[in-house]
Structure formats: C-alpha cells, structure tokens
Design a binder for this molecule. Structure first.
Ligand SMILES: [Zn+2]
Length: 303
C-alpha cells in the first residue's frame, strides 16, 4: 500500500474522492437500470452541482452557523420543503393564515387517504350484491330526461373495448376473459362496432361482449343523469353512486368471479368517466377565464 501510493502521483484525498465518485456512479447506474428501466447511462452528463447547490441553500438557511448538525439539517430541510407551499401564489385569494391552517391542520393526517376509496368500493359491493334497486328513482327522473345528453352506441362500444384491454392485464381467469370480449368475426357484424371497425385499420382493437356493453350502457346512463342535474363538482362521484343505486346492475364474468369483476368494471368505468368530466370542466373553466380577462381589457379601453 505504502509503495503503490508512491508510484501514483496523486494525493491520498484525490484517491479517496475518486473512489467515492466511482462508487456513487456505480450505485446510480445500478439503481437507474433496475428501478427506472434505463438501458444506458451517459456518465458524462452526471452532475453533482444541483446537490451542492442544495446543500449550500441549506447552509445559508441556518444563518451564520459554522457547526450545523443533522438535527438542524432535518429541520431546515422540512421548512424548505413546505416553504413554496406556505407562500401564497401570486393573485391567490387565500390569505397566508388560512393557507397555514389548511397545511398544518391535523384532520387529513388522522383519516387515511384511502378511506374514501374504501367507502366507494364498499358501496359498489353493496350495489352489485343487491337484486333490487337500493334507492327509488323518482318520477321526476323519468319525466325530465329530455335535457340528458346521449352517448352513442358506437362510442360506448369503443369504451367497453378499452375496458376489456385494461382488464385483460389483470384478469387471469379464462372464463372471465371470454365473458368480457367477443370474437372479432362476430363483433364486426354488429352495428355498434362501427367506430371500432373503421379504426381497426391500425389493428389491436377489441370487441366487447354484449354483457359488458350493456353494463357500461347502464353505467353511462347513470353518469349522464348525474351531469344533467348538476355541474361537475367535488360531489360528482357520490352523486353518480346515488344514481347507480337506483339501478339493478348487470353482472359480468364467470360464475366464480362475477361479483369481483363487476365491481372492478364499475370502479374503473366511473373513474375514467370522472377523469373525462374533470378534463372538460377544466377546459371550460379555462375558456371562461380567458373571456373574463378579455372583457376586463375591453372595459379599460372604454372608460
Ligand atoms: Zn373467472
């Protein structure tokens, strides 16, 4: 060891630095390969600067302290992590105090974030199990469905096919899979599959079985009934589940997994449907905002 050090014209600390760098590089590449599916890594692009900058920010935040300890670092790190959250964004209408309150309030910590999801799944369980509607649909519903939008069968069939594709990844049972889809030869004959037929030039689209198609139609009816009554808001999902309770839902799947699979389909359908609703609502909100801005500008010019 002593002799070999003499041969290499580098200092002990440089050598140690090289060792540390190599070790870190190997660990990073291993992690990226195993966990992030990297195929190759250009080590030249690895940079330590952001990390150094981060530590320098941490040191600066402590004030003039030459001997920071791990405890202090942890504290400052936590403060820095929530700093951008605590600082009210430009033009926001929530004052600093309220913002802190919502961030530091303990309500959210005590209830598990998955609780809502659990309740929702339990709800679907109950709906699927019952053979009668849980809620009575009022006559008003039937009389006033003229402002309901209608989703065409072709689109519905396409969505049902999409659901099959998603479920195929997690469903192992052969009988269940058979219950979900239809042979392409039979599917092509049906009028509801027009859209799929036209798009199938690119291949890979799936024809949903009649059972699944009918179930999604039932679900869609409930979604449309919900949005015909109110605008999309935080309670939309619970309102949809209220509408669902008025129906006796069909079941899809083999005898053994029927319930499980149906719950999965309902959950999946309502979630993607809500996602689309939220997206279109956001779009509408954005348009309204731009319009207001333009109106303000015009008002200024006139006065
Ligand atoms: Zn099955």
């Amino acid at each position: 060891m002593g002799e070999s050090r003499k041969k290499i014209p580098v200092s002990r600390s440089t050598l140690l630095g090289l060792k540390v760098t190599l070790h870190a590089t190997l660990q990073i590449s291993k992690m990226l390969y195993m966990e992030c599916n990297y195929e190759y890594l250009m080590t030249a692009t690895l940079s330590q600067d952001p990390l150094e900058r981060f530590f320098s920010v941490m040191r600066h935040s402590c004030g003039g302290n030459d001997h920071p300890d791990p405890k202090m670092f942890a504290q400052v790190y936590r403060l820095a992590s929530c700093f951008s959250l605590v600082r009210p964004p430009k033009g926001c209408n929530v004052s600093g105090k309220d913002l802190l309150k919502t961030l530091l309030g303990a309500q959210g910590i005590l209830t598990s974030p998955n609780k809502d999801k659990e309740i929702w799944l339990q709800n679907i369980d109950i709906m699927v199990e019952s053979s009668e509607p849980l809620l009575e649909g009022s006559l008003i519903d039937e009389d006033h469905d003229y402002n309901e939008a209608v989703t065409s069968d072709a689109v519905q069939s396409y969505i049902a096919g999409y659901i099959v594709r998603k479920l195929r990844k997690t469903t192992k049972c052969v009988n269940c899979l058979q219950a979900l889809q239809m042979k392409a030869g039979d599917g092509r004959q049906l009028q509801r599959n027009d859209v799929i037929n036209k798009m199938d030039l690119y291949g890979g689209l799936i024809y949903a079985s009649n059972e699944l198609f009918d179930l999604t139609k039932q679900l869609e009816k409930c979604v449309l009934r919900t949005i015909s009554k109110t605008l999309t808001n935080v309670h939309t999902i619970s309102q949809i589940s209220r509408e669902l309770k008025k129906e006796v839902l069909l079941r899809v799947g083999c005898f053994q997994h029927e319930k499980e699979l149906t719950v999965k389909i309902i959950d999946f359908y309502v979630v993607i449907r809500s996602y689309f609703l939220a997206k279109s609502e956001n779009k509408r909100y954005e348009v309204a905002k731009i319009k207001t801005k333009a109106n303000r500008k015009n008002a200024k010019l006139l006065s």
